[in-house]
Design a protein around this ligand. Structure first.
Ligand code: COI
Length: 354
């Protein structure tokens, strides 16, 4: 159990009014904790949100040893405040940390830290439909050293951002660009880990996709260049001939918490769910035969995000009639309903914050 020292701000900021975008506004407080080799994690504290000062030699600036997570806090109609599956973020943090040679954070300490900082800033949780308080935990290597080696010092920080939909289009189906030139990750690399480098690697294709009028990039596997992996900010699902199909976790895609929740819900509702290799040729074929019924992305930030168009080289697959599909809508309602306390939480996914 962490002993968290709390210093409250003496100058609370004005809360945002009007439409919230994603990830640009930050609350009054932040959590911080240091790691020093030989001592372990120490000095857990909550402080007013502030800028940080670092030596330019800090390792994170040079070799990218860092990780991050994303989860959300919601306010229910009953006024209670909830987190969605923070225990899964704690587990995934340590899986990422293992890959990046960053020391583990005990899962219960991670959850305690998230709860503590969210509790202090719970008045910042927005309540408009589709909004939430986005929670961004991250760890950076702070050793002042230019050798390539695991850092001996780290900083774990949690910041909070009242946010609306990740895509400006909200629940309008988005267009997705299947990338045929660049790759994001390969098995044995860092694809399954939540680390900034994976996202830096994705930018060039994202710019290309945006320039062509598409919202996001869908990655193909780096070896055969034919199997579907993930979209940079979400996992991807297809409804093909009545079945729910999603790429299996193979080491190069992110084990999404919303992905896991969607699989659990779909199975519970009686759908056949297949986690397996999905080739782009299979999608083109299914589309031709009228069997590609729905496509949607899943992610913490994106929640359930319908896809209305998939482009691969010279082929453009138009999915559905331009509005959200039936399963996508049902999943959106169920996931957000559980998150906000409107729907029974039969899987124990909701964590209350006092
Ligand atoms: C999230 O969904 O929380 C993520 O971390 C994706 C992020 C790149 C916006």
């Amino acid at each position: 159990m962490l002993d968290i020292k709390i210093t409250r701000t003496s100058a609370p900021k004005a809360k945002p009014t009007g439409k919230l975008g994603f990830g640009r506004i930050f609350t009054d407080h932040m959590f911080m904790m240091n790691y020093t080799e030989g001592i372990g994690w120490h000095d857990a504290r909550i402080e007013p949100y502030h800028k940080l000062e670092f030596a330019p030699s800090c390792m994170v600036f040079h070799y990218g040893q860092e990780m991050f997570e994303g989860l959300k806090a919601y306010k229910g109609e009953n006024g209670k405040c909830y987190l969605f599956r923070p225990d899964m973020n704690a587990k995934r943090t340590n899986a990422t940390n293992d890959r990046l040679c960053i020391p583990h954070i005990p899962e219960e300490d991670f959850v305690q830290a998230v709860k503590a900082v969210v509790s202090i800033d719970k008045d910042w949780i927005p309540t408009e439909p589709g909004t939430s308080l986005y929670v961004r935990p991250f760890i950076i290597a702070t050793d002042e050293y230019l050798g390539v080696a695991p850092s001996k010092e780290y900083l774990f920080i949690i910041i909070l951002s009242p946010s609306g939909a990740y895509y400006a289009s909200g629940l309008e189906p988005v267009g997705i660009w299947i990338e045929d030139e660049y790759v994001r990750a390969v098995k044995g690399g860092m694809g399954f880990a939540k680390t900034g480098g994976n996202y830096a690697a994705s930018l060039i294709a994202q710019v290309k996709a945006h320039d062509s009028g598409y919202a996001q990039v869908l990655w193909l596997d780096g070896v055969h260049r034919k199997y579907i992996e993930e979209v940079g900010s979400m996992n991807i699902f297809f409804k093909i001939d009545g079945k729910i199909v999603t790429p299996m976790l193979n080491g190069s895609i992110l084990p999404g918490i919303t992905r896991n929740s969607v699989i659990t819900l779909c199975k519970d509702w009686g759908y056949e769910v297949e986690e397996r290799l999905v080739s782009v040729d299979e999608l083109l074929e299914a589309q031709k035969n009228g069997k590609l019924e729905e496509v949607f992305g899943t992610g913490t930030a994106a929640v359930i995000s319908p896809v209305g168009k998939l482009r691969f080289m010279d082929d453009v697959m138009v999915i559905g009639d331009g509005s959200i599909g039936e399963v996508s809508q049902r999943l959106y309602d169920a996931v957000t309903g559980i998150q906000t306390g409107k729907v029974e939480d039969k899987f124990g996914w909701r964590f209350e914050v006092e």
